[in-house]
Design a protein around this ligand. Structure first.
Ligand SMILES: NC(=O)c1ccc[n+]([C@@H]2O[C@H](COP(=O)([O-])OP(=O)(O)OC[C@H]3O[C@@H](n4cnc5c(N)ncnc54)[C@H](OP(=O)(O)O)[C@@H]3O)[C@@H](O)[C@H]2O)c1
Length: 295
């Protein structure tokens, strides 16, 4: 957790799956929060959670520069949890993201700003181990875009990037919905899968608000799993038949690398609470079988 005093204001841009967990954790630690979302429905959910001010913001709409400046007024820390698509305009340029970065760079009171990125930027490493300092080799358009977003973000001194592995936790289990629909699993079944529980990701992002750390950190549980083994275990936990693999390419690719958090743990003092996906799944709740409702 950052050393900022309690009641310092933290702006969370993107109050989605991780944003909600991060906000709850930060609120419990005494932060004053501002959260953004695009939709009125999500804004109502976030307000009902009582975590702080909630504002609607869509980076791709006109005049967002002024809106971000107003939202960030007096803010000391920012965590940005936007998907890569949020920084792209209709002409497929990074103009909205560049504008966001420019506004943040102009804020006199801003101490630190952390952006969530993805381990996808490391590209396919043929199963080799990567850590936060491994050179990037983006090998898909999405990974290249993420890498470009990171580059703009890091142009401001003090900004930091946390590259996250596949997120899972309550309400979101990687691959569960497809298994429940009886679909064959796409992608390379012997590639390595890297995961991080949502609450561990939230804790690391907050930890990286502390001043003076490395520009880039890597968030994962440190227990990569072969995809075939992951899906077999998950199917068994869900009470489903063993999965089949289609042999078709996965929508997001299935680059093989083993992510290590060791360097990030050494530099930040953060530790994942859930050391592998089995521990995280055991913490539950697992999705219910299709058609079942809670008792
Ligand atoms: N999911 C993964 O496995 C994974 C893996 C590695 C890294 N990451 C990164 O981790 C971060 C958090 O992921 P998440 O799963 O919490 O994402 P999420 O649940 O999809 O939440 C994304 C948030 O960004 C907001 N947003 C989307 N487009 C926007 C736009 N054009 N303008 C303004 N706000 C916009 C969404 O608004 P609404 O609330 O209106 O939807 C939502 O609040 C993201 O940066 C993601 O790229 C995710």
């Amino acid at each position: 957790m950052s050393r900022s005093p309690p009641n310092a204001t933290l702006l969370v841009i993107g109050g989605g799956y991780v944003g909600l967990a991060l906000a709850a954790r930060a609120r419990a630690a005494g932060w004053t929060l501002r959260l953004t979302t695009r939709s009125a429905a999500r804004a109502a959910t976030l307000r009902a959670a009582g975590l702080g001010e909630v504002a609607q913001l869509d980076l791709t709409e006109a005049d967002t520069g002024a809106r971000i400046a107003a939202l960030a007024s007096g803010v000391r820390q920012v965590v940005c949890l936007l998907p890569p698509s949020a920084g792209i305009d209709a002409a497929n340029s990074l103009a909205p993201w560049i504008q966001l970065c420019a506004v943040l760079s102009s804020l006199p009171d801003l101490e630190s700003a952390v952006m969530a990125s993805s381990t996808a930027v490391y590209g396919d490493q043929a199963g080799a181990t990567v850590n936060a300092d491994t050179p990037c080799a983006p090998d898909t358009p999405r990974a290249q875009r993420l890498y470009d977003l990171e580059t703009h973000w890091l142009a401001r001194t003090g900004n930091r990037v946390v590259r996250l592995a596949g997120l899972y936790g309550p309400g979101r289990i990687v691959g569960a919905a497809g298994l429940q629909r009886g679909e064959a699993v796409s992608g390379e079944m012997d590639a390595w899968l890297n995961l991080i529980h949502r609450s561990d990701a939230a804790a690391l992002l907050l930890r990286c608000l502390a001043p003076g750390g490395a520009a880039v950190e890597l968030g994962c549980d440190g227990a990569p799993v072969v995809r075939r083994h992951y899906y077999q275990y998950l199917a068994a936990q869900l009470g489903l038949a063993a999965p089949s693999f289609s042999g078709l390419p996965a929508a997001r690719g299935s680059a093989s690398r083993r992510c290590s958090p060791a360097l990030t743990i050494a530099r930040t003092g953060w530790q994942p609470q859930y050391r592998d996906f089995r521990a995280g799944l055991a913490a539950g709740p697992l999705p219910l079988p299709l058609g079942k409702t809670p008792d």
